[in-house]
Write a protein that binds this ligand. Sequence first.
Ligand code: UDP
Ligand code: MG
Length: 316
Amino acid sequence: MLISVVVPCYNEEAVIARFHDHVVKEAALLGHECEFVYVDDGSADRTLFLLKELAATDPRVRYVSFSRNFGKEAAMLAGLRYASGDAVVIMDADLQHPPELIGRMVQLHAQGHDQVIAKRTRDGDRVTRVLTARAYYRLINRLVDVELVDGVGDFRLLSRRAADAVLSLAEYNRFSKGLFAWVGFPSVTFEYENAVREEGRSKWTFGKLLNYGADGLISFNNKPLRAAVYLGLLLLAVASLYAAWIVGSAVVNGVDTPGYVTLIVIITALAGVQMVMVGVIGEYIGRIYYEVKRRPHFLVQSTNAVPADRLEELVR
Ligand code: UDP
Ligand code: MG
């Protein structure tokens, strides 16, 4: 069996060499052949230079370098596309995904699991982070069709057919967490302790996390649109009742004019609700806009690898 290790790297000059040493040591214990597919996601530092150096000394190293930063989702997609292994392990370069676990993953894969998913415990996370994550997953699992699990990320092994299935999903907006879950196949999850990032900085800011969360909510189905419709109907019903009550009381008690505050409140509240609904619709239209453009997910500027689909062409 050939195992591909796919590693998205964005400004990882501080850890990349150490990561490679580490992963090579673990690979030697597998009893399978390995290849390492590093995707340089438009790093501004010496990441690409270091990757080229690694490739020069280790023939199993493939690097794929983007023309600019396209994001981790695109980098993972590229990694999958360029990986030719019978199984593909996706992991971060920052050593937060312990390479020691690859052996366990390959073992579980051999037992017949197409997806071997590493789930990090939230030990050592800030309490606020743990609580927001919990609330978010409760909400999102009620809304999306696939099951998303807290602590489960991109660190996983995919069998060839699972990897091909992910590659067959051509959408531009890639919410990988959901895509992996959507693909299905026999899966197994195991827990590992999260390591702190050894070097460099996390690229996640609060704003980015918020956007990522919203992406997850919207990228799977039209339930938010449905919710907007129901909210509209609910408001309409409340407004009708209120109108009936006003007319009734005018008939019984005569007309009385005050109600300035009520009016202002209702007008602003309705305006707010409408804004939200337009926003929800806009989100979907925005997605359609990106999809119909059919732009590539990434552009490769240099590589020493051939993408798997071209490989078939060359062999033929
Ligand atoms: N990454 C990437 N492109 C980006 C941002 C991140 O390829 O635009 C890579 C990064 O090099 C790392 C992995 O994705 O290997 C996870 O990034 P990070 O450690 O910043 O995220 P966190 O671990 O904090 O979720
Ligand atoms: Mg990290």
